[in-house]
Design a binder for this molecule. Structure first.
Ligand code: SAM
Ligand code: SF4
Ligand code: SF4
Length: 371
């Protein structure tokens, strides 16, 4: 009999009210944290709901019909998201990624994209505005997303084999619809498109080679993500992680790969190109080769809490500041105070731990703060 997994605590309620410093300078775009890392990326979760139940993210036993999703009134409105985004851009954010849950489930998302697409960095450059999706609604929405000003998309796809994919998404969703979504997005110009495959040992690692063969020589960049211990409900075990080194070894045995330098500091994926010149693949080694030292990312939850690390146990309630009538200058001051105090480097510490299977306390879910 399968056992119901119940999260130890609902961590969405753990929060703190950000401090607004008495004296603060206007944003300069040069904010650094305690480890000297600038603030460059903002991931915004626009919904905590999803039409998939990926076993590593929103397992059905937890995210069932009784799960308490956020009520609409708790969600940040588009106006609130835009205000926060503007403040972050003034602080140096150059890239905004919309995520979730499944971002394409948020009604009228194009309206938000239209407004975000108008933002510019202090130097007058447009933002790198992108979105991560499971692809289910992509074919239908690609054109309107492009028209609204979205630059590109990243699509998650864990297998080319229907039986394996359906076992992973757990809602019987077929591979062909995701592939079609990728093609339509490419046709309308939402590229370069990256395809993310989470590799879970014993579940879809036999799909590493078929996925590599399929995307080799295509316009799409396939990236392999190590299965991570995010959240408190996926029952993560270290022995289900297939290290990126092993993925490279398996692909190289058939299609030799050569390591390439990163495009920019802080790039999450290690880059490898095929020796025969037919494109490249990425390796996101979040578990075996942590990249915290270059982590320039902040995350905004669906209800407006700021997380300075994917593995944080509590968020900072920016929505309370917005709804309590604080000015942009106050909120900018609170954000700089928080970022300056940031010392998060969870994955590097986990890598150094001897027993990685027993994190000391549960963490907030990925579907809530976005991947
Ligand atoms: N629903 C969208 C999607 O799946 O692309 C966006 C949100 S999802 C949380 C963002 C990314 O996180 C996806 O690429 C997903 O595969 C990845 N992800 C979720 N849980 C993960 C885990 N435990 N380990 C590694 N990656 C994970
Ligand atoms: Fe949904 Fe994305 Fe999580 Fe899968 S990974 S359950 S598609 S939010
Ligand atoms: Fe960034 Fe935290 Fe991930 Fe390290 S563990 S890379 S600090 S989000």
């Amino acid at each position: 009999m399968s056992q119901k997994v119940i999260p130890v605590a609902d961590l969405r309620h753990l929060q703190s009210l950000p401090t607004i410093p008495a004296v603060f300078e206007a944003p300069t775009g040069l904010l650094g944290d305690m480890l000297g890392r600038p603030l460059r990326d903002l991931r915004i979760s626009v919904t905590d709901r999803c039409n998939f139940r990926c076993v590593y993210c929103m397992p059905k036993q937890v995210f069932d019909k009784d799960y308490a999703y956020l009520p609409h009134s708790a969600l940040l409105s588009f106006e609130e998201i835009l205000r926060i985004a503007q403040i972050f851009v003034a602080h140096g954010v150059e890239k905004i990624r919309l995520t979730g849950g499944e971002p394409l489930l948020r009604k009228n998302l194009e309206r938000l994209i239209e407004q975000l697409a108008r933002l510019e960095t202090p130097e007058g450059r447009p933002l790198d505005l992108t979105l991560t999706t499971n692809g289910a609604l992509l074919a239908k929405k690609a054109q309107s997303l492009k028209d609204a000003g979205l630059k590109r998309v990243t699509v998650s796809l864990d297998s080319l084999d229907d039986a394996t994919f359906k076992r992973m998404n757990d809602v019987d969703f077929p591979v062909s619809d995701v592939l079609n979504g990728i093609d339509v997005a490419h046709t309308v110009g939402l590229g370069p498109i990256k395809v993310n495959m989470v590799v879970k040992g014993g579940m879809n690692d036999q799909e590493i080679l078929p996925m590599a063969r399929h995307f080799k020589g295509s316009p799409f960049i396939l990236r392999f993500i190590e299965y991570m211990d995010v959240g408190a409900s996926n029952g993560w075990k270290m022995d289900e992680v297939i290290p990126s080194g092993e993925v490279v070894r398996r692909i190289s045995a058939e299609m030799p790969l050569i390591e390439v330098a990163a495009n920019y500091t802080g790039e999450t994926a290690g880059r490898w190109r095929y020796a025969d010149g037919s494109g490249e693949v990425g390796m996101i080694s979040s578990v075996t080769q942590a990249f915290c030292h270059n982590c320039t990312r902040a995350r905004l939850s669906t209800e407006g809490k700021l997380y300075t690390c994917l593995f944080a146990r509590s968020g900072h309630d920016l929505r309370a500041l917005l709804r309590n009538g604080h000015s942009d200058a106050d909120i900018a001051g609170a954000v700089s105070h928080l970022w300056r105090a940031r010392g998060d480097r969870y994955s590097e510490l986990r890598t150094a731990q001897t027993d990685v299977t027993t994190p000391e306390a549960p963490r907030v879910e990925m579907s809530y703060i976005g991947g």
